[in-house]
Design a binder for this molecule. Structure first.
Ligand code: ATP
Length: 289
């Protein structure tokens, strides 16, 4: 096991707001696969929202989980983090079955839902304190300093006294992310982490995830924003109507589809079925007979 170490990084673009963020890097466990979905199925009556999804995310990797609206991304992530019981299949976090040893697996995990679970009646600082207490982080100067650094990093430091209930969507997203980072999980499952963020905040999150991954944190993120996936992720899985249609690097996806120069958007469109929008628009706008 690697010992915990303190590293400092400065995000040039956000230097004034963020200053230096000292991150306690979690001691990395000695496993090469950090997240594993094994034949996950979730049925709602006759609807199979997720239908036999399997993939592996390696430790220290940023892995993208892509799919159209309703494809099954959130359902899969909620099963992987232990929120939603699968109809069948197994979800492993660093080799631990999250439904067999939930506390052990969840101690390693930080999960950001597409609607972050944040407490509307607390201020940002109180919420971070609440989460730190929940996870029994010792009180003291180190924890207090980390709280301040996170609030500054996400430009929430000057909203003291304001309840989260009054936050904008983007601010709730940021305090949700800060509440994961306060306790340094070694695996992050993020459902649309840049959703609703302004370009500056989205850039901050991207830089932060890259830095965390470079220091051994595993990141599994779902996104609709293909530029985010293309910029951040070494490998992606594409899910379409509950099934994984492709997993791999850009090169592997291009080889699989036989398209050498394809962008991620081209590959996505090719690997997910959808109505031919051009034809539908023409039909919609066709002159009435
Ligand atoms: P989006 O990108 O729009 O958030 P998604 O890929 O995250 O979509 P899911 O939210 O996982 O998709 O939904 C997958 C499918 O499961 C959809 O058809 C959805 O209607 C269905 N579904 C999700 N939750 C339930 C539920 N509680 N009851 C019934 N059907 C559900």
């Amino acid at each position: 096991m690697r010992p915990s170490s303190i590293v400092t990084f400065v995000d040039e673009g956000c230097a004034t707001a963020a200053g230096n963020l000292q991150l306690m890097v979690p001691a990395a466990p000695d496993v090469s696969v950090a997240v594993e979905a094994q034949h996950l199925v979730k049925s709602y009556g006759a609807v199979r929202a997720v239908d036999g999804v399997s993939f592996q995310v390696e430790r220290g990797e940023i892995f993208g989980f892509l799919g159209a609206n309703g494809a099954g991304k959130t359902t899969t992530l909620r099963m992987l983090c232990g929120l939603l019981k699968p109809t069948s299949g197994t979800a492993l976090i660093e080799g631990i079955d999250i439904f067999v040893e939930p506390l052990k697996a969840k101690a390693k995990l930080g999960y950001l839902d597409e609607e972050p679970f944040v407490h509307p009646h607390l201020t940002g600082r109180e919420f971070l304190d609440f989460v730190a207490d929940l996870y029994r982080m010792p009180r003291g100067p180190e924890r207090a300093e980390r709280t301040e650094r996170l609030l500054r990093l996400f430009e929430l430091g000057n909203r003291d006294g304001e309840l989260i209930g009054g936050y904008s969507h983007g601010m709730r997203q940021k305090i949700g992310l800060a509440s994961l980072l306060i306790r340094e999980p070694s695996v992050l499952l993020l459902d649309e982490p840049t959703n609703g963020l302004d370009p500056r905040s989205a850039r901050l999150v991207k830089d932060l995830l890259e830095e965390l991954a470079a220091r051994g944190t595993t990141v599994l993120l779902s996104t609709h924003i293909l530029e985010v996936a293309q910029a951040l992720c070494r490998r992606v899985a594409i899910i379409d109507r509950g099934h994984i249609t492709a997993t791999g690097t850009m090169e592997e996806l291009r080889a699989q589809t036989g398209t050498e120069q394809a962008s991620l958007e081209d590959l996505f469109l090719q690997l997910t079925a959808g109505p031919e929008s051009k034809e539908m628009i023409e039909r919609l706008l066709a002159p009435k007979p």
